[in-house]
Design a protein around this ligand. Structure first.
Ligand code: MN
Length: 323
């Protein structure tokens, strides 16, 4: 825990023009935190611009403030940069170098691997999500939860806890969601748009990816792979696969689950890892140069899907003490 609450709040109070940034391939918590703080600061009369290198994931395009997201920014035009839900300073895409040179960086996050790269940092690995942290910080900034801000913060808590079904859920997450629903959070839209609505193509993709399911180490490890051509043939973007890793994870007896996706034709593979038991999958991800949480982590590796799969299964097997 890095608790520099007072300097974090002071820098946000003092700033007039704030660039808000989150990690590449943003998830619900990243986008929720980014847009919630944007709307909060704008509500105080400040200039606040939310940035991410990647487009808004399709399943989040309905969110309040979604149209504000920009994909180009010059950090020197802002007197503060606030980086949200970003475990490492190199996960911000092409802006990473310019952000590292900025003299006023505020870092708000819940990844255990976050080293406190900002000039003021609030990093709480015990928090379910960055949005949960913002439910504590925003009232300190004098921000009231409007229904839009409440919906965005609720989204982040709901998705990072996988609908309160993973160990990131904690009493503070439940209490925060109670406060947010009281403030008008549109919890029905979050549930429907994020976890129920599906394009037909997504189900066809799921069928193809499920057919690659393999079990290893006597059923302790399960995982699937997705060649690039499936996304291209079905006209889908990778964010449609956001929850697919939950399928191998759901198998009874499985302690470690993975999903590998071929990123392009250049031999780059993106991996998502989940742990059900004691295995720390962020340590496995770090051996590939990635990171994350003990029970949910990710990485990129070079090689074919088959090569990365074999390498990963070996590491997971060793990690579980089975090799
Ligand atoms: Mn998060």
């Amino acid at each position: 825990m890095i608790n520099q609450t007072a300097p974090v709040l002071q820098r946000l109070r003092d700033a007039r023009r704030v660039l808000l940034v989150t990690h590449e391939n943003p998830d619900g918590d990243a986008i929720g935190a980014l847009l919630a703080l944007t709307l909060a600061l704008q509500g105080q009369g400040k200039t606040a611009v939310p940035y991410d290198v990647h487009p808004m994931p399709g399943y989040l395009a309905w969110l309040p403030g979604a149209a504000l997201l920009t994909h180009t920014a010059d950090p020197t035009q802002f007197d503060a940069v606030c980086i949200l839900d970003c475990g490492a300073a190199d996960r911000m895409g092409p802006l990473a170098a310019a952000l590292a040179a900025h003299p006023n960086v505020v870092n708000i996050d819940h990844h255990a691997t976050n080293n406190g790269y900002g000039h003021a940092n609030f990093v709480d690995p015990a928090a379910s999500s960055t949005c949960e942290i913002l439910t504590r910080l925003l009232p300190e900034l004098g921000v009231a939860f409007t229904p839009d801000i409440a919906t965005l913060l609720y989204l982040g808590i709901y998705t990072d806890t996988t609908m309160f079904q993973n160990s990131a859920a904690n009493p503070r997450a439940y209490y925060a969601c109670g406060d947010l629903v009281t403030a008008g959070a549109d919890f029905l839209s979050v549930a429907r748009r994020v976890y129920i609505d599906s394009k037909a193509g997504r189900l066809l993709l799921l069928g193809r990816v499920l057919s690659t399911l393999e079990l290893h180490a006597d059923g302790l490890i399960a995982g699937m792979v997705c060649p690039r051509k499936h996304l291209d043939e079905l006209g889908l973007t990778p964010d449609e696969m956001e929850t697919f890793v939950e399928y191998p994870r759901s198998i009874i007896g499985v302690q470690a689950a993975y999903l590998l996706r071929e990123v392009d034709g250049l031999g780059l593979v993106k991996g998502s890892l989940r742990s059900v038991g004691d295995l720390d999958v962020s340590a496995i991800a770090q051996t590939f140069g990635g990171g994350g949480h003990k029970k949910a982590a990710g990485f990129r590796a070079t090689g074919t899907l088959a090569e990365v799969r074999a390498q990963l299964v070996e590491l997971l097997t060793k990690g579980l003490g089975k090799a």
